[in-house]
Ligand binder design. Sequence first.
Ligand code: SF4
Length: 420
Amino acid sequence: MRIDTRNLYRLPWSVNDNPIGWLEVTDKCNIVCKGCYREELEGHRPLDVLEEEVRRLKELRNPDSICIAGGEPLLHPQICDIVAYVNSLGLKAAILTNAVNLDENLARELKRAGVYNLKLHIDQWQSRPHHKRKTEVELMDLRQSYVELLRKVGGIDATFGATVYRENLQYVGDILAWAQKNIDVVSGLIFLTFRAVPTGGEVELYAGGKRVDPKELRYSTNDATEVGITAADVLDSMRRVYPDVRASSFLGGTMCPDTPKWLLLTHIASSDRSYGFVGPRTMELAQTFHHAVFGKYLTHGDRPRLGPGYFGLSAIDPAVRPGLRRWATDLARRPWRLFDRTLTTQSVLILQGPDHLEDGTVDMCDSCPDMAFFEGKLYPSCRLDELRKWGTLANAHHTDADARRRAESARQKLPIAPPC
Ligand code: SF4
């Protein structure tokens, strides 16, 4: 089902007022993921360089949190120093990790260093030791083992992520249901639709005026059907398990402003009962209130522990009212639910990465939240390997004039082409 972004709240994030700062600490990794954007070219980055980048991110981006990414950040020998430095500047430190190296000792060290959130990326197209060729459903035990570990350590917020391919699209609702059962530990989910640069067809790639081979990029594919999954497909798949699922807010595309590249949902639930999803009014209130009071926008994982207080939002947000009625009915039957300590919110981010349009242009995320430094300037982190290999971002050129015309008319919404 197509998503009508006119009914959603457009997140007010911009390049220089954005709750997220992105810091890549290494390009080394201990597994191979099909959806990875990064190739090993440099190894671990020095601590002083990283500290300088954190300071500059703070100055330029006004972030609430720094997402420490890679490669696999837990391989960096000074990962705890990096976390502590981020923390010392009054920023929340989040780590995007495959969690292969995460054990109780390391979790406790990271906690001591002040880590705020771990984003554990687990999906079925990873060469994960002892879990190769496992299906998305079979990986639930692995996810659960990390939840048990973090529950034992306590005090670390957890988000789970997965890249969405044709093969696991049908399971996103099951992952959401699993996350709800563990809502005390799991504050959010991230579903990233698989994206890659197309190598076939009529597209030629140029960097710095020279033709380059897209196959040099780790994220290239000659199978166009692999890269077509949209945020709307992911939302539709969730509907199988949660029929009332709805999004509240979005970031559009740089070329197609009505394409939801970042689509945000907030689930109000306890571990055994869903009370629906908030609407755009709640997200607007949350973002503007947080900015007015704390001077920064809110990231998708943050959640105040309001318990039943969330239903007070029904005064301004009609989307919350059915949940309030459900909760009131539950309470009449089982009054002890008033003390249900697991009632809270859980965020879901659906990220539809760069789309390569027919005319060769690339539809990126507007106000890209995941911008990283390359030689002192900020670029979308998903395209850093173009800079690292060719010194500049690559431009695509479609040799088929009809395709170029179709894509252009689609963006302008002329009647001869389907919407982009
Ligand atoms: S444009 Fe930015 S937010 Fe979007 S996928 Fe690339 S790095 Fe992530």
